[in-house]
Design a protein around this ligand. Structure first.
Ligand SMILES: Cc1cc2nc3c(=O)[nH]c(=O)nc-3n(C[C@H](O)[C@H](O)[C@H](O)COP(=O)(O)O)c2cc1C
Length: 222
């Protein structure tokens, strides 16, 4: 009784404050009020209150048409602004190349603290250079030195060389100026699947499909 009514909400609040202060959370701004976005926010708050670590880590799968190859990687989702999901990366990286030749992507969260998977399908594009510049100028100089000095995913002779390039950038570059080759990607899902795992294995799967501007919702079998 005591644990359920007093301790659990207290622990949830403390966890929320700690997570917020360490700035590891996704920033929701003016969130879209349609059903899948409200459910996303509800699941997100549950996971955050359950102490979910790396809650902002999201897997992005893309298709490279030249290589005829699918690839995935985690990124940190920084914002959900209305219906747009935003993360940041290098515009000359393999993922950026894949997005430019095949705009359709799949994005995936898994939050073990609440046993929730959220799958999204979307078309992706770059954010504006004004938006990138504003965000870049608010980041730490270390993060910016790395963004400037790294030719992301290109081969290099050694890890020592990576550190050398970073230190050189930290010392010499204008760390407030966002380079052309770095910025945000945004995507607006046309499909959501919320998977809620249960110990019984009778998992709940709820799908939202955007059809002619309207969200249609249905359940699918586990
Ligand atoms: C939890 C996690 C978060 C990451 N966040 C980012 C990110 O926000 N942006 C980014 O460019 N790479 C991020 N990375 C590194 C990417 O997974 C990947 O190694 C890098 O972007 C190169 O990907 P690419 O070769 O497919 O372009 C992250 C990795 C992990 C494990």
């Amino acid at each position: 009784m005591l644990i359920n009514f007093i301790l659990k909400p207290l622990i949830a609040n403390i966890t929320y404050i700690i997570n917020s202060n360490f700035n590891v959370v996704i920033k929701f701004k003016n969130i879209n009020q349609e059903a899948p976005y409200l459910l996303l926010k509800e699941k997100y708050d549950d996971a955050l209150n359950s102490g979910q670590k790396s809650i902002e880590a999201i897997s992005i799968s893309s298709f490279n048409t030249k290589m005829n190859e699918v690839d995935s990687r985690y990124v940190n989702l920084k914002f959900v602004i209305n219906d747009r999901f935003i993360f940041f990366s290098n515009y000359e990286s393999p993922k950026a190349y894949s997005f430019s030749c095949h705009k359709q992507i799949c994005a995936l969260f898994y939050w073990p603290s609440t046993n929730v998977q959220i799958r999204m399908k979307a078309k992706i594009k770059k954010t504006s250079s004004e938006f990138n510049q504003k965000y870049f100028s608010q980041r730490s100089k270390e993060k910016n030195a790395l963004a400037i000095s790294s030719n992301q995913s290109e081969p290099i002779n050694s890890y020592a060389q990576v550190k050398k390039n970073f230190n050189k950038s930290l010392k010499n570059d204008n760390l407030k100026k966002c380079p052309q080759y770095w910025g945000g990607f945004s995507f607006i899902p046309y499909y959501f699947e919320f998977w809620q795992g249960h110990e019984s294995r009778i998992n709940k799967r709820e799908v939202f499909n955007l059809i002619e501007g309207e969200w249609r919702n249905l359940y699918i079998q586990p």
